[in-house]
Design a protein around this ligand. Sequence first.
Ligand code: AMO
Length: 417
Amino acid sequence: MVALQGWVNAKRVVGGIVFLEIIPENLVQPVTAVFKKSENRDLWKEAKKVKIGTAVRIEGEYSRVRLSKRGEEFKPTKFEVITPPVDILPIDLTGKTPVLFDTKLKYRYLMLRLPKERAIFKIRARLLKHVRDFLEKNDFLEVHTPKIVGAGAEGGATLFELDYFGRKAFLAQSPQLYKQMLITSIPRVYEITPYFRAEQHHTTRHLNECWGIDVEMGFISSVEDILKLLEELLSSTIEYIRETCKEELEILGVDLKLPRRPFPRLTYDNVIQLLEERGIKVTWGEDLSDREERVLGSIMKEKGYDLYFIVRYPWETKPFYIMRRDGYSESFDLDYKGLEISSGGQREHRYTELLRNIRDKGLDPMDFEFYLEAFKYGMPPHGGFGLGVERLLMKMLDMENIRETIIFTRDIHRLIP
Ligand code: AMO
């Protein structure tokens, strides 16, 4: 005998039989409990009057029969209503009526009764578990840095400002300054953390609260050490998801391909040239637009690559903490199927050069005094990256909208639920 706890998702009464489609608490696929009047009249009567959405507990056995689309068949011996619904469900969870995207985001907590929705978030959780395991195995220490900060690292345009006991404070855009400061004592750190970005635009690839996998590594020889680490991390994560989430990938209809390696290292100048060959003119010194990233994605797809680095961006496109070299920078972006999913680079670890970089970006060194001080006491060469969790998932799972990959969305229109 086993106990099945979950929710009634659909009910079909055919002659003397009641079929209850149950969404079990911990399985991805539904189970159909079959109540026969001829076998147990009382149970059948209970099942017949149960409302859609009710939380139930059923005892019985799996009959090992697979009903098409309705999961396995379950033969009940006991039936208990745990919580009947107070109201009719606001959405149809049987898939018969399509749910509008906006409604789906509003009722995400109910949508998660469905196999597709559960599959996305199971993959998300597995992915983060694997990333942690991978980084721990490589001697990285998980750290937690403040989310209420006094200075932003990624430019003023996307800072959320708040009042901190009469002082101006911000929500952290990234752990950048703190993860770098830690390199002077712990040369391998990582943090899985929310980023708060006051992006004004409403796109399919921006959120106002998103999650990042932030890594920083000291005593590096060059930015190539970071590229290798990120390439290894992504390849092993994709392999892990392919192996451990077969059922979820199947539910989502995703054919997750192992990336072709090594990931190409295209220079910014290479990219401009490739785009020019397609008739797209990029002004040197400007970041790539969404359209340019997408065209590059199709060029690289034709060459057989889903994942590729863009290295040596002009320094003016990158933040002050990135190391400068001859007008270029020791930075990179990693693009996946035409979308930037990560950026990083080697940092400026030399105190005087860093101070100059801050001034050259038109920033006030006084705002970064606490950060700069950490560079006075033997800061080793270092580098790292920030990898966007939602963007990575979106591309892995071939989703059109980043909002599919986070349970509760924070965008310009959504503050609740
Ligand atoms: P960057 O600002 O490029 O770099 O952010 C790193 C990665 O985070 C994701 N990301 C976002 N995803 C969804 N919505 C947003 N609004 C959003 N903003 C960022 C992207 C992006 O590639 N400190 C550096 C990283 C580093 O150098 O270590 C940083 O934050 O996937």
